[in-house]
Design a protein around this ligand. Sequence first.
Ligand code: PMP
Length: 436
Amino acid sequence: MSEQRLRSAQLYEEALQHIVGGVNSPSRSFKAVGGGAPVFMDRAEGAYFYDVDGNQYIDYLAAYGPIITGHAHPHITEAIVAAASKGTLFGTPTELEIKLAKMLKQAIPSMDKVRFVNSGTEAVMTTIRVARAYTGRNKIIKFAGCYHGHSDLVLVAAGSGPSTLGIPDSAGIPTSIAHEVITVPYNDVPALEEALQAWGAETAAVMIEPIVGNFGMVMPHPGYLEAVCKLARQAGALVIYDEVISGFRFHYGSTQTYAAFPDHAAIEPDLTALGKIIGGGLPIGAYGGRKEIMEKVAPLGPAYQAGTMAGNPASISAGIACLEVLQTPGIYEEMERLASKLKHGLLEAAKRNGIALTINQIRGSLSTHFCDHEVTNYEQAQDTDGELFGRFFKGMLAEGINLAPSKYEAWFLTIAHTEADIDRTIEAAHKVMKSL
Ligand code: PMP
C-alpha cells in the first residue's frame, strides 16, 4: 500500500480556502487523531474506497453507518437512477413514500404513523417538539455521550451532577435552552431516578440511544431499558428511542422488536427517530410513533414540521432498495461472524504487542477502546488512550484500512466485506500495533 496521498493534501489546502475547516462535517477532519489532511475519496465500490491518489482502502467507516450494503450496491444505484430519470423532486406526495412508510411500520410496529425528513438531526429534533406538544411539558432527559444530531436541545452536556441542569456543548446555544435539558450517565438507573425525582413532573421525554453507537458500541445492561421506560412513564414522560444508528443495523428492524439479544425484552417507545440506513446512502430521516402522539403534527395538529426536500423520490427509492437488499436471509449473521473474527484478530494483535485493548462488538459492528477496563458508559469511553488510537488510526490508513478518525466511532461491517478483507485487516493490525 502506498502511503502517498499528495493529491489529498493539495485538495485539503484548497478546501481550506473555501469550505470552513476544509470539511462539511467536523467528524471528517483529522483533528481528533492528531491532525493532517483527511483522505479525499474519488469513488467507492463494495467494501472498498479509492482515493484521489489511486490508493485502495478497505472501508469500515460505511459513511458513519448508512452504507450497510457496501458502496454503490447495484440494486440501490439502479433505484436511484430510475427515480432521478423520472424527476428528482415534486413537492407533491408520491406512491413511493407510502411504500417505504409501510416497510418501516412493518419492521417497527411501534410506529403507527411515520413522517419523512432529511436527516437524523431533523428526525430527533422533531420528536422532541412532538413530545413537548403532546405532554405540555418542556424538559428533556438525555444520556451522557449519546449523540442526537446538532439541534440546540441535544447539544447539551451534563451539569455537575445527575440532577443539575445542562450547560451548552456548543457556542450559540442559549443557556435558557440548555436549562431545559438534563443529562444523566448511561447504564445508571439510580442517576435517572434522581433526575426524575427532581424534574420528572416537568419532563416531556426521556431520549435514549437504546443501543449506543456514539461512544463506541455499547449495550444496555440487562434490564436497563426496561427500567428507563418504566421510570419515564411513571413520571408521565414519553420515551423517545433514537435509532438513527441502530435501526436496521443489527437485524431487519430496530432494537425494539429484537428478541435475539439475550436478557433484553422488546420494549416499544412512544416515538422513534430513524435515519442513515433507511435512506440507502441518500439523505433521509424519519420519525414516528403512537397514532395519538403523531396526530399532534401538522397538518393534523398544532406541532409544525415541514420540508421542501422531505420524501424526495431519490432518497425514498434508495431506502426501499436498501431495505429490500437487507431482507436477504443470512446477511446479518454473516456480518456478525466476520465482525467476531475481526474482534478476535484485533485482540490477539494487541495482546502480542502488550497493548491494552477493549473491544465492544455488537453483531456486525464493533468499537476499539485503548484501555484495560470495560466500556459501558461515556466516562469509561473517555478514559481511554486517544493519542494511541490516533497513531493506530494513521498506521491502519497507511496499510489501506479506513476507519473513522475518532476513538468514539464504530467500525461497521457491510454485506460486501469478505473473509479475505478481514484477514487483510487483521494482518495490518498486527503490523501497526507492533510499530506503536
Ligand atoms: N442520532 C444518532 C444516534 C446519530 O448517530 C446521528 C448521527 N451520527 C444523528 C442522530 C444525527 O443524524 P444526521 O447526521 O443524519 O443529522
